[in-house]
Design a protein around this ligand. Structure first.
Ligand code: CAA
Length: 389
């Protein structure tokens, strides 16, 4: 039985899955190690991914996207991340954190102006919520947006912005009414060419090194009032709604990393010999292989199930926070488990930069942290189950 046998993949799903797999093998595999080492941003391959339709998979064709469904998105993202999680997160942020919020909450003009260049891959989008003193407790941000006639003036410091050093457009969250705390947060669309938009230091990172991360500093950055996304005070809800979508993407990213680590470990276990036999014949290795495979299949079911829940919500408008958080939590812990086991099975070679296994290990860790740590996912899941929210 194939891995995806229980999921009714359409011809269109199979087509995008294969297109992403072929693209990743041909275009990304040869450069992944080099870009990981240098930390350079892979502009050329990202543009090619745009031309393939991967940067706005669920965005309607009218706004430059591929007009496909939520399952198509995770299938493609999984294939890209199986080869390189850095390309994967750039793709995920463009599709989920950037495009989704504007599609759901934006005006027709905002969709045309701010989605089209991103979904077609000509430009890069980012999402900016976190601040130096406000990470998991996202509602405690300090950055301010003050209305001034037909403009808003933005001031503040944002941190850990994926694609911050290269983004052309950013969805940013700031307080418009500090007295209302969370309910005083609003969302804005900012063109990076606006005076007062300053890119801060690029973060040196353990993994996903070819994806650029930085602070963003807003110094009297005046943007047109029409760039308010949704209503004033709706920002926290927009941020959380979009993160539910983003978390499914990170689940797919983690699934791709886990599969890459598993496949490397499985083939090494059938080739490498020690004490007169293949190392896979030792129970210690065989049981690791069994646990990796089982966890990957469980993660796949959760990630695809969350994608289907998201697809259904396009009609029902129901929240899918629970399946999204469960998918991200389990898939990211599976990625860490599989990458750890793959390094161990490879022994010294797993620690060497000659093979990509050490990169999978470094890349896996972030999936347990960004777009909500594992602890935050457990908080969302337990609050939901206990009826606390
Ligand atoms: N969808 C819609 N609305 C939501 C929601 C969701 N998923 N989650 C919460 N809300 C609403 C609630 O219904 C509530 O609304 P009302 O007041 O009208 O009832 C309001 O938002 C406040 O909700 P909570 O009381 O639950 O808020 P909280 O302060 O307890 O926080 C939290 C909830 C889940 C912990 C949230 O703060 C959270 O997700 N924190 C993690 C933040 C995060 O993931 N940051 C990552 C940033 S992106 C990144 O990693 C960088 C990058 O570039 C990739």
């Amino acid at each position: 039985m194939s891995d995806t046998a229980i999921f009714p993949l359409t011809e269109e799903h199979k087509m995008i899955q294969k297109a992403a797999r072929d693209f990743a093998q041909k275009e990304i595999a040869p450069i992944a190690a080099e870009f990981d080492e240098s930390g350079a941003f892979p502009h050329e391959t990202i543009q090619k991914m745009g031309a393939m339709g991967f940067m706005g998979i669920e965005v309607p064709e009218a706004y430059g996207g591929a007009g496909m469904d939520a399952l198509a998105y995770v299938l493609a993202l999984e294939e890209i991340c199986k080869v390189d999680a850095s390309h994967g997160v750039i793709m995920s942020v463009n599709n989920s954190l950037y495009c989704h919020g504007i599609l759901q909450f934006g005006t027709e003009e905002q969709k045309k102006k701010f989605i089209t260049p991103i979904a077609s891959g000509e430009a890069i989008g980012a999402y900016s919520l976190t601040e130096p003193m406000s990470g998991s407790d996202a509602g405690t941000m300090r950055s301010r947006a003050v209305r001034d006639g037909d403009f808003y003036v933005l001031n503040g410091r944002k941190s850990w912005v994926t694609s911050g050093p290269v983004a052309d457009y950013v969805v940013v969250f700031m307080l418009t009414d500090p007295s209302k705390k969370q309910k005083g947060i609003s969302a804005f669309l900012v063109d990076a060419k606006t005076p007062g938009f300053v890119r801060g230091k690029k973060e040196p990172k353990l993994g996903i090194r070819a994806s650029a991360t930085s602070e963003l500093i807003f110094e009297d950055c005046r943007i047109p009032a029409e760039n308010l996304l949704g209503q004033e005070g709706e920002g926290f809800k927009i941020a959380m709604t979009v993160l539910d979508v983003g978390r499914i993407g990170i689940g797919a990213q983690a699934l791709g990393i886990a599969e890459a680590a598993y496949e490397a470990a499985r083939s090494y276990a059938t080739e490498r010999e020690a004490f007169g036999q293949k190392i896979g014949e030792f129970q210690g290795t065989g049981f690791k292989i069994a646990d990796m495979k089982t966890r990957i299949e469980a993660a796949r079911l959760l990630v695809y199930n969350a994608a289907l829940a998201k697809e259904r919500a396009k009609t029902t408008k129901e929240r899918f926070s629970l399946p999204a958080s469960m998918a991200k939590l389990f898939a990211s812990e599976t990625a860490m488990f599989c990458a750890h086991a793959a390094v161990q099975i490879h022994g010294g070679m797993g620690y060497s930069k000659e093979l990509p296994v050490e990169r999978y290990f470094r890349d896996a860790k972030i999936t347990e942290i960004y777009e909500g740590t594992s602890e935050i996912q457990r908080m969302v899941i337990s609050r939901s189950e206990l009826g606390l929210k």
